[in-house]
Design a protein. Structure first.
Length: 366
């Protein structure tokens, strides 16, 4: 997940707009959802009650404010949207959204989708439903159509995408997947009134409308295309054995210290894998310079994703039909305990050496 306005990303990507450019709606990349925005409003309840006349009364409703505070202490908008993405509901039906959470129970979800965030939602279920219903009854749907949607539509209509660039991006992502296309269509993106971007369980993703404002994007050195590549790469399958080895790598002091800092940003885990692949693709497509590659690895999440530059430099070794997860597993060597890992493999005790060497090589190419 990339957090907007909070992480110092170094991007100076300027997209050329040719005659073949298509507006967002022409290839159905961008979508809106009053339901997802309703869930995001739960997280932004203070701003909503403090700035919109329709919800001023809710700001004086002690029960509503208490319930909203309790819900936000346990779950985020991305958690709520991810849970709802597992349903077949119409994303513009807020009554269906509320009904989904009224009957919410983690045991009803497939084993592969269950996780701690679902348990957290279940714990605050009654308060969540109360907040959602009060927002609905206060006129959230009318507010969304009158105030939120025009803002989102303006951002979408004002953003042109070069279709050839999207085709090239998906070609690179398919290659990263080992030549097995993830889908035949462009990714479905919900532009929301939120301040971040996050992937959803159904292989769509949500993105702030602010990333479509090119002036804001330049000011905060982040670009929608980077987010598009990044979030699509989260769709790649990673073998359980890889995640097990990543967890055991915490025995390495250098990796553990940096991973702890990354987790403080809400990152860590497989994020280094995604950042390495996104940077590789962006460099191949000419969307990043060598200087921007170096800045990415030193500035993104304060440079704490120390596996990213190591993996980035090794990506040239990936087989054309080798899935990214299998390639990463190979980088950790063949031994379950790393004891007989080949020289250069990522293992406990050598992460700092590999990281320093990788950064020195990247710096030498500036």
């Amino acid at each position: 997940m990339i957090k907007f306005l909070s992480l110092p990303l170094c991007l100076s990507l300027l997209l050329s707009l040719f005659a073949c450019n298509l507006r967002a709606g022409d290839h159905r990349v961008f979508h809106t959802s009053v339901g997802y925005d309703l869930l995001a409003a739960v997280q932004n309840y203070e701003a909503l009650t403090g700035s919109a006349d329709e919800f001023a009364a809710l700001g004086r409703d002690a029960a509503f404010m208490s319930a909203a505070e309790s819900v936000n202490a346990r779950v985020r908008a991305s958690n709520l949207c991810n849970a709802w993405s597992l349903s077949a509901d119409d994303r513009n039906d807020i009554d269906a959204c509320i009904a989904f959470f009224e009957s919410f129970d983690p045991v009803d979800f497939p084993a592969g989708s269950q996780g701690s965030y679902l348990d957290a939602i279940f714990e605050v279920k009654s308060g969540l439903v109360e907040v959602l219903k009060k927002l609905r009854d206060a006129g959230y749907e009318e507010y969304w159509h009158g105030t939120v949607f025009p803002k989102l539509k303006g951002a979408i209509d004002g953003y042109a995408i070069e279709e050839e660039l999207l085709d090239n991006i998906h070609r690179e992502i398919d290659a990263m997947a080992g030549g097995r296309p993830l889908s035949d269509d462009y990714s479905k993106i919900y532009i929301l009134d939120v301040d971040n971007a996050f992937a959803l369980n159904d292989e769509t993703f949500c993105c702030t409308w602010r990333l479509l404002d090119k002036e804001l994007a330049k000011r905060y050195r982040i670009n929608f295309i980077q987010v598009y590549i990044h979030e699509n790469l989260h769709r790649l399958t990673l073998p359980p054995a890889l995640m097990e080895r990543l967890d055991r790598l915490k025995a390495d002091e250098f990796y553990r210290e940096n991973e702890s800092k990354a987790e403080g940003f809400g990152e860590g885990g497989n994020e280094a894998f995604v950042v390495a692949a996104e940077t590789w693709i962006s460099r191949r497509l000419g969307l990043k310079t060598d200087a921007e590659v170096y800045a990415e690895f030193t500035e993104y999440v304060d440079g704490t994703l120390v596996l990213a530059p190591i993996i980035y430099l090794r990506l040239a070794e990936k087989g054309s039909d080798e899935p990214y997860g299998d390639f990463l597993l190979r980088l950790f060597g063949d031994s379950a305990d790393f004891a007989d890992s080949a020289d250069g493999a990522i293992r406990v005790g050598n992460v700092k050496g590999l990281y320093d060497s990788a950064m020195e090589r990247i710096a030498s190419e500036l």
